[in-house]
Design a protein around this ligand. Structure first.
Ligand SMILES: Cc1cc2nc3c(=O)[nH]c(=O)nc-3n(C[C@H](O)[C@H](O)[C@H](O)COP(=O)(O)OP(=O)(O)OC[C@H]3O[C@@H](n4cnc5c(N)ncnc54)[C@H](O)[C@@H]3O)c2cc1C
Length: 507
């Protein structure tokens, strides 16, 4: 389908001829993940232009889809008749409020930029585990769970005031922004819209466009810039910043690991705590697949059982001393041992930099298979998430035994959120994507994970996107899917906001 000239001209009048394209080369590059092509790509520069495009789409009964830094496939077109709003020109950090500890960004600011600016001021932010190349808008990521979530929480909880262009083209400024033009609060006045603009997971482009947002920021006890040396990918630190320490602690059993993780949460000693397995540690450090396999073997041979990665950051010499002692006591109590290759000064600084700056996610999840595959659990009580992922994992072992998945030495992966007030779990898989049999395994793992979540009442995981998935979970979860549809229908009467990955307003 080619856009009618009248529509193309109207869009061009909004953004200017330099900022719109329907050239096959450009459309093809936005469809490189094999999804349908957009009808046109637009590059709006501000909220007014976003609003004008959204209104035109409503008027001409076509659809639109926004994306921020474009990392996730959810930003692609779900079918024909969709115009892209690529928000890359909206790329400013609007405010860093040191006193009240929040930052306000436009959608194309990425976490690497925001974190670097914050560190200069003794501050830090959560970063989606997808990587610091992603948008720092807390609403772009689908959950925003990441390496720093133990001390820096995640998207939904960090979200403060927001500016939203609704699917039918209204501008809504909610929280303190709407009442007193300030950014520090995301709720009210009156009922909060937090649950409307994002539920358990994000609408993933299916409910209008977020144009500016504030988020909570956190204390950073480290240096204003990291003492990084070397050339990519062989970066290392010239010295470990004072008060910082990294360990990979492995345990004789999953039970002991979980008890120890609880204690780490209670003691509030973790700056980063990730239930990474040897496969993710090897993928972080390796610079090619052969190296990855060599490290994987070395790490797997050296651990007694499942483990977690912990980075601690002391605020003062006595705080550092407390954290070190607390970790040692927990390790003693639960028979935890440190993986020497990680604390080895040759590796420790590089690991630390890559985890804190969240630069190696793509390697951690996609090194072996070239794509992200497996099961993304929800965010709920730590113990519940641990149980869920444990119950989902026997299938993975069976598929490894059958030779359909690579043996990656991985256990299910559970992490602490907010020092253990919550937890998040994932089960990543490695497969040969050139093997037609192995290619079926991600779907098989997903189906098993859904069955486990529903039958075990483990809540709605983070991978529940689109009509079919919501229809599967809704009847077991207070019929939330009916409410979600009502929200979609009310705010998007013309179904203009393309919602393949959210929900449609079908009856
Ligand atoms: C390799 C990999 C690892 C990942 N790991 C994690 C992880 O550890 N934790 C986690 O939470 N997620 C993870 N994800 C999912 C990830 O959070 C998203 O892919 C990522 O956050 C997208 O960031 P982005 O800033 O590039 O958003 P985009 O890709 O630009 O957009 C993501 C979705 O949000 C919508 N959207 C984006 N910006 C706007 C806006 N301004 N207004 C309205 N809608 C918008 C888009 O339409 C799209 O549906 C991972 C994804 C990949 C590919």
């Amino acid at each position: 389908m080619v856009l009618k000239r009248e529509i193309y001209k109207a869009l061009k009048d909004v953004v200017g001829p330099e900022n719109i394209s329907e050239s096959p080369v450009i459309l093809g590059s936005y469809a490189q993940r094999g999804r349908p092509r957009f009808e046109a790509i637009t590059l709006p520069k501000n909220t007014a232009e976003v609003q004008a495009i959204v209104r035109l789409c409503n008027r001409f009964r076509i659809q639109f889809k926004a994306s921020s830094s474009g990392w996730g496939a959810y930003g692609d077109a779900g079918g024909p008749g969709v115009v892209k709003l690529d928000l890359r020109r909206m790329n400013r950090i609007l405010e860093i409020n040191e006193k009240n500890m929040y930052a306000v960004v436009e959608p194309y600011v990425i976490y690497a930029q925001l974190q670097a600016e914050l560190m200069k001021r003794g501050l830090n932010c959560n970063i989606t585990g997808a990587g610091s190349n992603c948008s720092a808008l807390p609403l772009a990521a689908h959950q925003g769970i990441g390496h720093l979530s133990v001390s820096g929480s995640y998207g939904e909880r960090n979200q403060l005031a927001l500016e939203w262009v609704t699917p039918d083209g209204e501008i809504v400024r909610f929280g303190s922004l709407g009442s007193i033009n300030q950014w520090w609060c995301g709720d009210g006045p009156g009922p909060s819209l937090r649950g409307v603009i994002r539920g358990n997971v994000m609408p993933l482009g299916g409910l209008g466009v977020y144009t500016r947002a504030a988020q909570k920021i956190y204390h950073w006890p480290g240096p204003s810039t990291f003492p990084v040396e070397g050339v990519s990918p062989h970066y290392h630190l010239s010295r470990i910043p004072p008060g910082f320490m990294i360990r990979y602690v492995h345990f004789p059993s999953s039970d002991k690991l979980v008890q120890a993780a609880y204690k780490v949460g209670e003691a509030e000693i973790g700056f980063i705590v990730m239930g990474f397995n040897p496969g993710m540690m090897s993928a972080n450090i390796a610079t090619n697949n052969n190296e990855d396999l060599a490290y994987l073997k070395q790490f797997t041979d050296s651990v007694q059982g499942p483990g977690f990665l912990i980075i601690m950051a002391g605020n003062s010499p006595s705080d550092t001393e407390y954290k070190m002692k607390a970790l040692q006591k927990i390790m003693d109590e639960y028979d935890g041992r440190s993986l020497e290759a990680v604390e080895d000064p040759k590796n420790a600084g590089g690991f630390m930099w890559r985890f804190i700056r969240v630069t190696s996610s793509i390697r951690e999840v996609a090194r072996a298979s070239g794509i992200f595959a497996g099961e993304v659990g929800g965010t709920d009580v730590f113990h519940l998430m641990h149980q869920y992922i444990l119950r989902s994992s026997p299938l993975k072992q069976r598929l490894i035994n059958e030779g359909r998945l690579l043996a990656d030495g991985t256990d299910p992966f559970v992490q602490l959120v907010e020092h253990g007030h919550a937890g998040h779990a994932e089960l990543l898989i490695r497969f040969n994507k050139l093997d037609p049999e192995a290619f079926k395994t991600p779907a098989e793992v997903g189906a098993f994970a859904n069955k486990t979540a529903i039958e075990g009442h483990f809540g709605v995981p983070g991978h529940v996107w689109g009509d079919a998935a919501h229809d599967q979970y809704g009847p077991h979860t207070s019929n939330y899917h009916l409410w979600l549809r009502k929200i979609k229908k009310t705010y998007d009467p013309n179904a203009a906001s393309e919602s393949t990955n959210y929900i449609t307003a079908k009856d």
